[in-house]
Design a protein around this ligand. Structure first.
Ligand code: TXA
Ligand code: MG
Length: 358
């Protein structure tokens, strides 16, 4: 495996590797993706095996531009879906994933046998450069092992999946740092938020003329959580077999149990409104904005995500900071909470999935 600067020549090599059925670490504006030719079932199988991802959890398919949507989506769309798509294409390229009826060329392995496919156009020059060179769409889940924190830097991909990828294109730190927002459109249920993400749900609802079901997304979402336990690099566990149910079991039935079973890791706790209590001298603090010295001094380590509490900065540094704190042998990590509107909805969704259940 090599980590390479995304020169034209490196992009050409990456495209060749994808065409051969190999896997490539690909930067996007949200998180790094584990890229494979979406039309090649054998390549897609490698993605599931490398991540230890259960076969029931479908992948997101990336396309170069709207003119190539039909490579992933059943075309033409019905008029309702088409109208909703038209209302939302202004978010592309960008961190919005739409769930639509799937094209025949997309194999069952990608969609976990569903009749729908999740598709997006990423807003990153390296991802777009790679897509432009490929005569096929690219399936790419976040390039972390299942149940671990998503990668926002090339080194994160190497840490978790270095043995499984042919090469990693280094696009630097991801701008948004949090995954795309997933919305199902068309269909009898109307537009529905399936996963909060980097595009605020409110902005999507506005474009849809106020029609978007967003309520209780964290508890009712069919999206299967991955962010759970940050890995301890010194003792990375083997991924569970692809046929296992690690992701959905940990997310839906007993959050944290799989992580506890597979990996020593630092428990993460979302701070209650009244702030920290008890002895925090062996704990870390992940703060959204600077905290008073009287509070900071209670912790072994404090990591501040934004000088002004700007949630865009919080999101972009969140996963890297969790990984970093997890290396420090801390007893626990206390993390701030924010209002669950706008980007705050996605931040709190990820934190709840990463947090220790009391
Ligand atoms: O920002 C992102 O979306 C990143 C970058 C790499 O593009 N990708 C990403 O992929 O977050 P992943 O695999 O970590 O998350 C994909 C989510 C999963 O929760 C999966 O269950 C959901 O998308 N999904 C995929 N296909 C679906 C479908 N047909 N219906 C409903 N949910 C779907
Ligand atoms: Mg993921």
């Amino acid at each position: 495996m090599t980590i390479e600067r995304p020169t034209e020549a490196a992009l050409d090599r990456a495209a060749t590797r994808l065409a051969r059925g190999e896997l490539v670490g690909m930067p996007t504006e949200t998180v790094y993706g584990l890229a494979a030719n979406a039309t090649d079932p054998a390549a897609v199988a490698k993605v599931f095996a490398a991540k230890g991802r259960p076969a029931v959890n479908p992948l997101i398919v990336h396309v170069a531009d709207v003119t190539r949507l039909a490579e992933a989506v059943a075309w033409p769309l019905d008029p309702t879906a088409q109208a909703q798509l038209d209302a939302l294409t202004g978010f592309w390229p960008g961190p919005l994933t739409l769930v639509l009826p799937r094209a025949r060329s997309i194999p069952d392995a990608v969609t976990a046998g569903r009749p729908t496919v999740a598709v997006r156009i990423p807003d990153h020059p390296v991802a777009l450069g790679l897509l432009a060179r490929c005569p096929f769409p690219i399936a790419a889940p976040s390039a972390n092992r299942s149940n671990y924190v998503s990668p926002t830097r090339a080194e994160h991909v190497a840490d978790g999946l270095g043995q499984d990828v042919a090469m990693i294109l280094d696009g630097g730190p991801c701008r948004h740092g949090i995954e795309s927002t997933i919305v199902a459109i068309g269909g009898p249920d109307g537009p529905r938020l399936l996963r909060p993400g980097a595009v605020p749900a409110e902005a999507i609802r506005d474009r849809l003329g106020g029609v978007l079901r967003i309520e209780n997304v964290s508890t009712v979402t069919p999206h299967i959580a991955e962010v759970s336990r940050p890995p301890d690099r010194s003792s990375l566990p083997s991924p569970p077999p692809a046929s296992g149910a690690a992701e959905d079991a940990s997310a839906m039935e007993a959050p944290g149990m799989m992580g506890r079973h597979y990996s020593p890791r630092t428990p993460l706790r979302i701070l209650p409104p009244q702030g920290p209590s008890g002895d925090r001298s062996r704990c870390g603090r992940l703060a959204f904005a600077p905290i008073p010295e009287s509070e900071a001094s209670r912790y072994a380590l404090v990591s501040v995500l934004s000088p002004s509490g700007d949630l865009r900065e919080v999101a972009s540094g969140l996963f890297a900071a969790i990984r970093e704190l997890d290396r420090r042998g801390l007893e626990a990590i206390d993390v701030d909470a924010c209002q669950e509107t706008g980007l705050g909805r996605a931040i709190m969704d990820r934190l709840r999935r990463a947090a220790t259940e009391e």
